[in-house]
Design a protein around this ligand. Structure first.
Ligand code: PEP
Ligand code: MG
Length: 569
């Protein structure tokens, strides 16, 4: 029977394909029946996942530098032992055979059983090894999940309940045609990474994971936020037509890739791209972006057990800088905390978005920060690199950052390693305190970038990742408009370059409003760039500005909306 689900569209376009239910590797493992004749294949799948995990652990152990502390190797040996034990490597096979279930489910059941046994152990050392068992099982589950995903036909539609940004990162390699989730706010990091998969995406569907079954035929309308399950023939035909039209529109847009991004009245507008990983550069080039306005460096730190060292980080940053061939690359220093965590990190804070996040975390862990600063500085030698500091709220944070950067430069001088001595340092304006005390930051910074995702979250007290309050998350709230326009105007007056790199910059409905506020640099996901460019080319700032001034003079949401419609008419 056909039915429809409504959520929030976060990436436009239409996809038609079969549902592929995915799960958080540990918490939400899928369960399905395996037919008798497929049991040997399912057991083989389990065995090959165990073998692949063993190889992965052995490789990790062999790659440990000789001078590392002995515990590193010991911990990997322990995990290899746990994996080899028949309670993990053999018992799940028997469960698959007797219960006719999938390998993930068998493994999860066995893990639950083992953990219960651990609880009975009196010896506290042994009892604490519970966490190691969970980590080993998670590794095998991830491998199984990867196998299943690779085995899926191209074009399937991923259906998930909730995923962390780190989980979505793992899906980047997949050839799926759409992505939908039950939870998630429109500017959560999970959504932002899902958007960078560059396929129609919908969040906040609430019951999709429960109501949709593996292999159901789905239509995803990312623009309207609608999912049609098991559509009838006429609906399917209509959507196929719409899909063709959408594709045609996208092809047409490519024609303006190398046009200059200049308004009708001759103002040049810089259109930069946001990325998470070096592999995103391909899409950046296809979009014709004139630089990278936000490189979210923390994504290198997710989905791994150890922090990346200086050399690995250096190669990661250098690759991007070299690939961009002299165009500016703005590397944001680590923004961990809130919804992005290191594997295994304790999540103690009651309000993680207000806790030890971003620059606060870096200053609390100066050794980690120093390593990153040295790696970024080293990469600055290979192109045009700029450093961006996230979540600044006080002068002391900025002063400490500048001091650590100076120390990093001195240590590179002492080691005779080259870097760009004039590397520019900018700050993100994403805490209202920074927006309201701007001169304090502008005196010491070379440029500013407004992170509207967090600025809205912190101004309106709306958790950007919580779909239950996402109806209150409002970029057009008068308080938000005042803060954004105030920062742009103040920076322009002081001659400090200012960009917007939050999701507002990629929302074509808001392009003209931001131009009217005086914004000349936008940084956004590359898939939005040509649409925004088309709008820039068709805009006349002298006609826009009087309307945006009126928007700032009213506090009535309906009037603001009406004026925005006039701007876009
Ligand atoms: C922002 O807050 O607007 C921003 C660009 O940073 P992030 O989305 O990574 O928090
Ligand atoms: Mg932010």
């Amino acid at each position: 029977m056909s039915f429809m689900l409504q959520g929030t569209g976060v990436s436009g376009g239409i996809a038609i394909g079969r549902a592929h239910l995915i799960s958080h590797a540990h918490l939400d493992v899928s369960h399905y029946t395996v037919p008798q004749k497929m049991i040997p294949a399912e057991i083989a799948r389990f065995e090959s996942a165990v073998a692949a995990t063993r190889e992965e652990l052995e490789e990790l152990r062999d790659s440990i530098p000789h001078d590392s502390p002995a515990e590193f190797g010991a911990f990997l040996d322990l995990h290899l032992m746990i994996l080899a034990d028949s309670t993990l490597s053999d018992a799940p096979r028997k469960i698959i055979e007797s219960q006719h279930c999938n390998a993930e489910w068998a493994l999860k059941q066995q893990m639950t059983y083992l953990l219960a046994q651990f609880d009975k152990i009196e010896d506290s050392y042994l009892r604490e090894r519970k966490a190691d068992v969970v980590q080993v099982v998670e590794r095998v589950l991830k491998t199984l999940l990867g196998q299943r995903q690779q085995g899926k036909e191209q074009g399937s539609i991923l259906v998930a309940h909730d995923l962390s940004p780190a989980d979505v990162l793992l899906l980047k390699e997949l050839q799926c045609s759409a992505f939908i989730t039950d939870l998630g706010g429109t500017t959560s990091h999970t959504t932002i990474v899902a958007r960078s998969l560059n396929i129609p995406s919908i969040v906040a569907l609430h019951n999709a994971r429960r109501l949709i079954r593996d292999n159901d035929l789905l239509i995803i309308d990312g623009t309207r936020g609608a999912v049609i399950v098991d559509p009838d023939k006429s609906v399917l035909a209509e959507y196929k037509l719409l899909q063709d039209q959408w594709e045609l529109g996208k092809q047409k847009l490519k024609r303006i890739k190398s046009s200059r991004s200049t308004t009708l009245d001759g103002t040049h507008i810089h259109l930069h791209a946001n990325i998470e990983l070096p592999q995103d550069i391909k899409q950046v080039k296809e979009s014709g972006a004139s630089g990278i306005g936000l490189f979210r460096s923390e994504f290198l730190f997710l989905n791994r057990d150890e922090l990346p060292g200086e050399d690995e980080q250096f190669e990661f940053y250098r690759e991007v800088v070299q690939e961009m061939k002299g165009l500016p690359v703005t590397i944001r220093t680590l923004d961990l905390g809130a919804d992005k965590h290191l594997r295994g990190a304790a999540r103690m804070s009651a309000n993680p978005a207000l806790g030890l996040r971003a620059i606060r975390l870096c200053l609390a862990e100066p050794q980690v920060f120093r390593t990153q600063l040295r790696a970024i500085l080293r990469a600055s030698h290979y192109g045009k690199l700029r450093i961006l500091i996230p979540m600044l709220s006080s002068a002391s944070e900025l002063n400490q950052t500048i001091l650590l950067l100076e120390q990093a430069k001195q240590s590179l001088d002492a080691d005779n390693i080259p870097y760009d001595g004039a590397v520019e340092v900018g700050g993100m304006v994403e805490v209202p305190a920074a927006a309201l005390a701007l001169p304090m930051f502008m005196q010491k910074l070379d440029f500013l970038s407004i992170g509207t995702n967090d600025l809205i979250q912190y101004t309106l007290a709306i958790d950007r990742a919580d779909d239950s309050v996402s109806h209150l998350y409002d970029p057009l709230h008068p308080a938000v408009l005042h803060l954004v326009s105030h920062v742009i105007r103040s920076a322009n007056q002081a001659g400090v370059p200012v960009a917007v790199c939050g999701e507002m910059a990629g929302d074509v409905e808001l392009t003209r409003m931001l131009l009217g506020f005086g914004l000349r640099e936008f940084s956004m996901h590359p898939s939005n760039l040509l649409t925004v460019k088309q709008q820039v080319i068709k805009s006349n700032i002298s006609e826009i500005a009087p309307i945006t001034q009126k928007m700032l003079k009213t506090d009535e949401p309906e009037k603001i909306r009406g004026l925005l419609n006039r701007l876009n008419a």
